[in-house]
Write a protein that binds this ligand. Structure first.
Ligand code: GCU
Length: 595
């Protein structure tokens, strides 16, 4: 049995300051490039509000005789689709927070000398995984992938995989008790059985080294009993063929130069990259680009870039629920492209690998974030370990994606010493885990120097490469017109992204510009916000809140919100509000001006 969380070495130094990053990830990279058996589909499911199943549901018992008393039956239980949240699959589960037991039976033909892992794209929130009655491991965190080795437990022929999923919120959780999105529970990501050789290529990083447009630097990690196998890295289209010999731990680092066609939103060039050893080979599609900060500017491939963005949740368009399919991603990112975006802020948790890989192909830059959201248990070592593990695994899954340029370690967290220590640790971890990208956070701690001047003055900014500001002038305070005189500043001379601004509107509710919940009110707010933001000297980008209306337990106004946050510029049924077109025109103006 493997538990996916350890007391972090860093906690011991929480009082003493920065330290080493968390234990290396055990994640297998690039599942799409491996031999896999998909376990998606209809799983039998038992809803267990009182956690009664802990006594033995994992054994998948069936009565052995007519007098045998077994008080549960997966065979007789209804199904839930995987991937998918349970809330939108059954009305009576819409508000359910508790445990659900899932079972998937499958046949497997064992291959001599091979190993097998069960891989989960995401399970919200806590997962306990059993195969053929044996516990494989536990995982905490609703949005990052995990895998457990199953080689010794797997049978030739019939197998049964059982997962106990619990989405009950916890004060020491990440996120904790309160957040402005629906707590969709279930196996929300793809599930697959991954078959690999006895010694296989577990993970690798093949990226341009920070600040260089032709030096590829990285590493390959082998996993298995014969780690000293020669590794070959090929990028056929760029005429690259390199070989390395790993150390005794199966790790090889490398650095070499190559002439490359750089990735950018206008030209999302991806190369076929092949890693191979005597026993294994993995293909991946990788783009090469450089992202840096120079003063208050963000440079992509050495040139200043303005990030025309939008914030978005991983809410499924039209049907609602946790988005999970390539089609969902195609619709959502397609809408961002229609807006004229070259950038998306994926809030407030890692979105699916489908979405990130699609952003790579579509040429959309990405802000990726872990759900350290509002207030959490800052002084609890288990909470820090949890946040560090989510950060580590977010980076482990996506560190070869050119589209991803920002790791965000938090959103709108209260300014206090223990929080600063916690988040500074995460920012350090991110840099140790990945030196090629920028670290940021969405902050909202502002000094009102005077009625018309507001300064972002959060001390967390010192630990970041790029500052994120959430401001809701004209919605959670003031009137939209106040933007005309408002001057925003930052205490630090760093690039600023206004990571949230906006207001709610119900699609089709029309009226005067000062009539709340109308499209006109929202549009009027945008009309005053955009020129206000343009006046900020170190503004390097923006991601208005939000692409599409999304379900939230905090939004209960009947006939208007109906448990939806209505700040989308598009409704949850894909209807474009007035503000969509205002933002689209603004981004067209910027793009035409070369911004
Ligand atoms: C916050 C928060 C979002 C939330 C938004 C809102 O700033 O970051 O998660 O949905 O404001 O109030 O609509």
């Amino acid at each position: 049995m493997k538990r996916c969380l350890l007391l972090p070495f860093s906690f011991l130094l929480l009082v003493g300051g920065a330290s080493a990053a968390p234990a290396p990830s055990t994640l297998i990279a690039n599942i799409g490039g491996r031999t896999t058996l998909s376990l998606n589909g209809a799983w039998r499911a038992i809803v267990d509000p009182f956690d009664n199943g802990k006594s033995g549901f994992f054994r998948n018992e069936k009565p052995r005789s007519k007098s045998d008393r077994v008080e549960y039956s997966f065979d007789a239980s209804p199904v839930l689709n995987v991937p998918g949240d349970w809330n939108t699959q059954r009305d009576q589960l819409m508000f359910y927070e508790g445990t659900v037991w899932y079972r998937r039976e499958f046949n497997y033909r064992k291959r001599e000398g091979s190993r097998a892992f069960v891989y989960f794209g995401a399970v919200n929130y806590q997962a306990t995984v059993y195969l053929n009655g044996e516990k494989l491991g536990e995982h905490e965190g609703g949005f990052t992938p995990f895998n457990f080795e199953a080689t010794s437990v797997l049978r030739d022929g019939g197998n049964f995989l059982i997962v106990a999923v619990n989405n009950v919120r916890r004060p020491d959780g990440v996120p904790a008790m309160k957040f402005d999105w629906w707590n969709y529970g279930g196996i929300t990501g793809d599930v697959s059985l991954v078959e690999v050789p006895a010694t296989f290529i577990q993970d690798y990083s093949v990226q341009l080294s920070r600040g260089s447009q032709n030096a590829i630097a990285g590493w390959v990690q082998l996993n298995g009993s014969q780690p000293a196998q020669k590794i070959t890295l090929e990028i056929p289209e760029a005429g690259v063929r390199q070989t390395f010999v790993p150390d005794a731990a199966g790790r090889a680092s490398f650095r070499f130069t190559a002439k490359l066609d750089l990735w950018s939103p206008e030209h999302p060039k991806l190369y076929d990259v092949v890693l191979s050893t005597a026993t294994d080979a993995v293909h991946d599609e990788i783009g090469f680009r450089v992202i840096e900060v120079q003063g208050t500017q963000i440079l992509l491939n050495g040139k200043p870039i303005f990030l025309r963005g939008i914030s978005m949740h991983e809410e499924a368009p039209f049907r609602g629920g946790r988005a999970f399919s390539p089609e969902d991603s195609q619709t959502l990112l397609g809408w961002a492209k229609d807006l004229g975006c070259n950038f998306v802020r994926l809030a407030h948790y890692p979105h699916s690998e489908h979405e990130i890989r699609l952003a790579d192909r579509m040429g959309l830059l990405v802000w990726s974030e872990i759900p350290v959201y509002w207030d959490i248990d800052w002084t609890n070592p288990a909470t820090l370990a949890n946040a560090e593990a989510q950060l580590r695994d977010m980076i482990a899954r996506d560190h070869n994606r050119a589209a991803v340029i920002f790791w965000s370690v938090s959103n709108e967290t209260p300014v206090k010493p223990e929080r600063l220590t916690f988040l500074t640790q995460l920012a350090q971890d991110a840099r140790v885990l990945d030196s090629t990208r920028l670290v940021t956070s969405a902050m909202n701690h502002v000094d009102n120097a005077s009625a018309d001047v507001r300064t972002l003055s959060d001390p967390l900014g010192n630990a970041l490469d790029v500052l994120g500001l959430n401001e809701y002038l004209g919605w959670y305070g003031g009137r939209p017109e106040d933007g005309d005189k408002m001057q925003w500043k930052t205490a630090l001379a760093k690039p600023l992204i206004v990571s949230e601004f906006g207001g709610g509107a119900q699609f089709g509710r029309r009226g005067d510009a000062d009539e709340i919940w109308t499209e006109e009110y929202q549009d009027n707010l945008f009309q005053h916000q955009l020129p206000m933001l343009e006046r900020i000297p170190n503004l390097a980008g923006m991601t208005p809140w939000v692409l599409m209306d999304f379900r939230s337990p905090l939004r209960m106004l009947p006939g208007v919100q109906d448990y939806h946050n209505r700040k989308g510029v598009i409704s949850d049924r894909g209807e474009r509000k007035l503000a969509f077109f205002t933002l689209q025109r603004f981004y067209k103006k910027l793009a035409d001006a070369g911004k």
